[in-house]
Design a binder for this molecule. Sequence first.
Ligand SMILES: [Zn+2]
Length: 89
Amino acid sequence: MKLINYTEKWVWEVLEEVLAEHPDVCCCEQCRYDMAALALNNLKPNYVISKHGQVYTKTKMLLQQNKTDVLTEVLKAVGKIHKNPHHLE
Ligand SMILES: [Zn+2]
């Protein structure tokens, strides 16, 4: 059995989508990790149990509702890092 933090999975997914739509935002490794960490610190973790690569469907469906919160936090994080990037010029 394995524990998967669904919030983390979503943050990376949503972050990729947001960055694809905003080519002006830096998407270097440093910025992407800063954005993901920032968003994840403001979100609740959603751990699910994975057994043989299968995640319990019931839990998964329930968690879909939180995806909107993920988008909100990712957008906030992207805006913040875009204004104050931590990467070296
Ligand atoms: Zn950068």
